[in-house]
Design a protein around this ligand. Sequence first.
Ligand SMILES: NC(=O)c1ccc[n+]([C@@H]2O[C@H](COP(=O)([O-])OP(=O)(O)OC[C@H]3O[C@@H](n4cnc5c(N)ncnc54)[C@H](OP(=O)(O)O)[C@@H]3O)[C@@H](O)[C@H]2O)c1
Length: 312
Amino acid sequence: MQLNKKSKIFIAGHIGMVGSSIVRHFKKKGYKNLILINRKNLDLIDQKKTYLFIKKKKPDFVIIAAAKVGGISVNSEQKAKFIYENIMIQTNLIHSSFLAGVKKLIFLGSSCIYPKHSKQPIKEEYLMTGKLEETNDAYSVAKIAGFKMCESYNKQYKTNYICLMPTNLYGPNDNYNLKTSHFFPALIAKTHLAIKKNLKMIKIWGDGTPKRELMYVDDLADACEFFLKKKTKHSLINIGSGEEKSILGYYKFIAKKLNVNLKISFDKKKPNGTLRKKLDSSLAKKYGWKSKYNLSKGFDLTYKDYIKKVNS
Ligand SMILES: NC(=O)c1ccc[n+]([C@@H]2O[C@H](COP(=O)([O-])OP(=O)(O)OC[C@H]3O[C@@H](n4cnc5c(N)ncnc54)[C@H](OP(=O)(O)O)[C@@H]3O)[C@@H](O)[C@H]2O)c1
């Protein structure tokens, strides 16, 4: 079935940063039949309830944006939760979709699941060619299982379940809790709080040297629509922006944007994580997709949303 404005599209995890961006995007494009349900009404860890929901709703397409997600600290402190919840959520959604006859599904991986010392930029074929980053190995194993499940169902059952592999993301609805957030929202929140409290210093986790590729979340939402429409031979497709800086470089970018000059101290007791993870997104480009937002525009939209939240 071709994607059209009346297609029934189940977006799992629609309240999260990625899920809410996908909902905004699909609504703006005029899709009329989005299937949405929150965790209170359907815990995706519950296999039977997940299956019964999908069987009843009979979606034409499924996008999996539900997952247990977090930054380096929570990922390394809650490995059991990260592996259990992610395996359960994705397995329930993928298998139930298959049982309900869903032919096309998007599962989201993450650039952090590639090998720790991968060649750069990272091509899709480098997955599972080396040791994983220790701080998020449990999360990575779960995500790799999700991708392999999609690939295996495609081979055995002739489905078209694809795994989009996004780089680090930021945008409206991000998590700014300093204990559980990713590095970029944490830098935004710390800089903002330093200005508000008139502090002279900012503390950055690690030594500031690791490089990260960053993409505005609405670009991923656009990629989800693009690849639901597209017939693809590949089960794994990198989705990156090409925008890369060091952690320190991103802080300097934010400080310039917010017109502040803070002393920087590095908390070297905190882990650096992988030193570099830049995606090679040439496969996505070959299919005809590329990111549209630059960092400056994405940051302005994100910061506006952050300020609205902290002031509400
Ligand atoms: N953020 C990034 O930088 C990034 C980068 C690459 C890939 N990704 C991928 O993008 C996807 C979404 O990430 P995100 O940043 O949007 O995370 P998020 O903001 O934490 O959103 C996750 C969503 O999943 C829902 N969820 C979690 N467990 C659930 C359960 N048991 N039952 C029902 N719903 C559940 C959450 O519901 P509640 O609202 O109730 O908690 C939330 O709506 C993930 O697969 C992640 O790996 C994210």
